[in-house]
Ligand binder design. Structure first.
Ligand code: AAL
Length: 361
């Protein structure tokens, strides 16, 4: 019988690929769209005593982002500027009760004066660890951004912040802080501009801090992921010599499976919109391709013993919807006049795997 290569794949591994995923979305209450409030970049969800907990970037802005050229102490450059980490709880994953701030910006001159945002959560041996991005003030397009940590004995806090960041950009490269990352005087390493989107996992007796890097001299959307490990959640963290461990991907989305690490590689690069797996946490391979994946997906984290299927740790969660207003500003609209329009406020929605005839649609 004559069978094409494509049909051989279809009748073989593609048809029963347990890594294949498609998604359905629904609105949520409590963290949905709200004029004047940005909610985005959620952490993974953890379940404690029958309640779901989630942390996320939250900002109350007087107007739509004005860009780096016009930002002030009150006017945000970006949707995630001048933000804090807030948290919410839920019993069903559909309705969420916003509880208030978990970790807030530091005072004048602090390493986190301009913002704390884009959190990741780890529950480990009765303690809770929040890792997140921190921004100095002023924070221009090419000001370094680092990753810090806070810990608490309860998911409701109070949180104690690390005295300094735990992960910094690579020190290579030279660029004008107010300029464009691509216009570098000296090109740096892939993560020399900023380190973002931390996710902290515990595996093989070590803390594995996955993060997104952007480099001096690279296009701003040429992001990739790296990993750094430590014996204590507070560090010191050693960046893997294999970094970057992906060649693509924006917000870091990782979960554990069979002793290894799986991830949704999203939005940027030649391998965007794939689910990948690294048995050793470092050497990722594509396992499936997906369409319309959740943005900045925050999956419900399961105990290792419940991660029995490739996507058990990526079954449902929360993701963000970004509301770009930059096109209106490019059209000449004054950002300060846009405070009242419905468009610019990022918000959170629910996603879940849609397993109905997933190989065909
Ligand atoms: C996000 C994340 C990081 C970036 C910005 C806010 O989706 O990748 O957090 O800094 O965009």
């Amino acid at each position: 019988m004559t069978v094409s290569a494509a049909m051989q794949r279809f009748e073989g591994p593609d048809k029963s690929n347990p890594w294949f995923a498609k998604f359905k979305y629904s609105t949520i209450t409590g963290l949905g769209y709200e004029k004047g409030i940005v909610r985005r970049d959620p952490s993974a969800i953890i379940a404690i005593d029958g309640r779901y907990y989630i942390w996320y970037t939250r900002a109350a802005h007087p107007c739509t982002p004005v860009g780096f050229g016009r930002m002030t102490d009150e006017l945000p450059a970006t949707p995630w500027d001048l933000a804090d980490v807030w948290y919410a709880t839920s019993t069903d994953g559909h309705h969420w009760d916003e509880q208030g701030p978990a970790v807030q910006r530091g005072g004048a001159g602090a390493y986190d004066e301009r913002g704390v945002f884009t959190p990741g959560i780890l529950a480990h041996e009765g303690r809770y660890y929040l890792v997140y991005q921190v921004a100095l003030s002023p924070n221009y397009r090419c000001t370094p951004e680092s990753i810090a940590i806070a810990w608490a004995d309860s998911p409701d806090g109070p949180w104690t912040k690390s005295p300094a960041p735990i992960l910094e950009p690579d020190p290579s490269g030279e660029v004008d802080e107010r300029g464009d990352p691509e216009q570098a005087a000296v090109k740096g390493a892939w993560d020399s501009l900023q380190v973002h989107d931390p996710e902290l996992l515990y595996r093989d007796g070590k803390f594995w801090l996955y993060y997104k890097g952007e480099g001096i001299g690279y296009h701003h959307m040429e992001s990739k992921w790296g990993v750094a490990t430590a014996d204590s959640p507070f560090g010191p963290y050693t960046k893997s010599p294999f970094n970057p461990v992906t060649n693509s991907g924006h917000e870091v989305v990782v979960w554990q499976y069979k002793g290894g690490v799986a991830g949704l590689v999203n939005r940027c690069g030649p391998e965007k919109n794939t689910i990948q797996y690294a048995p050793d946490g470092i050497n990722f391979e594509i396992k499936s391709r997906v369409v319309v994946p959740p943005q900045a997906a925050a999956p419900l984290r399961l105990d290792d013993s419940d991660n029995t299927e490739p996507l058990s740790g990526f079954n449902w969660g929360i993701s963000h919807v970004i509301q770009a207003s930059s096109h209106l500003i490019k059209q000449g609209r004054d950002p300060l006049s846009l405070a009242d329009i419905d468009e610019p406020w990022d918000f959170l929605i629910r996603w879940e795997l849609d397993n109905d005839r997933r190989e065909y649609i």
